[in-house]
Design a protein around this ligand. Structure first.
Ligand SMILES: Nc1ncnc2c1ncn2[C@@H]1O[C@H](COP(=O)(O)OP(=O)(O)O)[C@@H](O)[C@H]1O
Ligand SMILES: [Mg+2]
Length: 347
């Protein structure tokens, strides 16, 4: 399939399928110019699948316009939006992988992120993207590792606003139950379709729990001691991590953090104060540095074979002279520069 770009003489040629979800497919595309030469840059292009469905078109165009308008270092941006095309599509930078793929790659090696690194590398950046959305009254509703992307530099970026909830200028509100992903979406959103800062905090908590334990939390997971991350990983998880997670993933939204800003404040307390006190993060002081003896340049040079005059890049006898007593280069002889300047002035 070829996707035409309204810019004269440009189109996107599909290279491979990157993924797909409820209503759209995402392809890796290369930009082709009218002279037939492919431009080297590659992009990810999200194409609406059932473009005849008015509801889908509306939802897709809302997502595209939001991503085009919003700018945040931890959000996937839309570079171009082409809704007049059939099927409609929008263009993004290609991401290296999703967090879900990244974690799946670690599973066979039995590897997990320690709480401090999970917070610093993933949770705090994604929370700041969620905070940015919330400040614009947008609730994501589908935060999960499949919708958190790692860009070419490995930086996390929250994407896929296809079912986000935001205050629209339309008279009708499209929130309905069953929206989201079981396991990640807050129970009240799944039951009634309502979204709030607390529903995104729930999903962020689930993602954090999954990154450090490799599993999804059950409802009221803290009632069994064995489910607590600090019990599973006492050397890298402080009991305060459990407390933070309880306040994020409580089934009752009234018992969760009231805002992402509050959640981030406690996350920073963990990364800066509580977690560094645990044995796994304690820095072992480096052994005292024994000063190295200064290199004996003349001994080193003596070990070198003097190259034959033909090969030598230096004037003949330079190395030999260096091995004897070092000559002072003429440029640094006293008065040399003054003489040069005087000569130049005379010309
Ligand atoms: N910018 C991108 N770079 C690379 N792959 C992407 C990109 N955007 C989406 N994908 C792939 O396509 C899948 C579906 O994209 P997503 O935006 O989540 O759409 P949906 O609303 O259909 O879930 C993702 O899980 C991912 O595998
Ligand atoms: Mg998705």
């Amino acid at each position: 399939m070829i996707l035409l770009s309204p810019q004269a003489g440009c189109w996107y040629r599909i290279v491979e399928t990157l993924g797909g979800g409820g209503m759209a497919d995402v392809y890796r595309c290369s930009l082709v110019r009218s002279d037939g030469l492919p431009a080297s840059a590659q992009f990810a292009v999200k194409v609406l699948r059932e473009a005849w469905d008015g509801e889908n078109v509306l939802r897709f165009s809302e997502e595209a316009h939001l991503l085009r308008r919003l700018r945040h270092p931890y959000l996937v941006p839309a570079i171009q939006v082409h809704l007049e095309h059939y099927p409609p599509y929008y263009v993004m930078p290609v991401m290296k992988e999703t967090l879900a793929e990244h974690l799946a790659g670690m599973k066979p090696r039995n590897e997990l992120y320690r709480a401090k690194y999970a917070l610093e590398h993933f949770l705090l950046p994604v929370c700041s993207a969620a905070l940015y959305l919330h400040s614009r009254k947008i609730w994501h509703r589908d935060i999960k590792p499949q919708n958190i992307f790692l860009d070419s530099a490995g930086k996390p970026r929250l994407g896929d606003l296809s079912i986000c909830h935001w205050s629209r200028p339309f008279p009708f509100e499209r929130t309905w139950c069953g929206m989201g992903t079981r396991g990640y979406t807050a129970p009240e959103t799944l039951q009634t379709g309502t979204a709030s800062p607390q529903s995104d905090i729930y999903s962020l908590g689930v993602v954090f729990y999954e990154i450090i334990t490799g599993r999804l939390p059950a409802y009221y997971w803290w009632n069994r001691a064995g489910n607590r991350p600090s019990v599973q990983h006492p050397r890298s998880c402080h009991p305060h991590v459990d407390e933070l997670l309880v306040r994020m993933t409580h089934p009752d939204p009234g018992l969760r953090y009231t805002s992402v800003a509050d959640t981030m404040r406690d996350m920073r307390l963990l990364t800066d104060v509580y977690l560094p006190s645990l044995p796994l993060y304690r820095r072992v002081p480096p052994p005292p540095r024994v000063p190295e003896p200064p290199p004996n340049v003349y001994a080193l040079l003596a070990g070198l074979k003097n190259p034959s005059p033909a090969q030598s890049p230096y004037p003949s006898g330079y190395l030999a002279a260096l091995l004897g007593s070092p000559p002072t280069p003429p440029a640094y002889q006293s008065g040399y520069l003054a003489a040069l300047l005087a000569q130049a002035a005379r010309k």
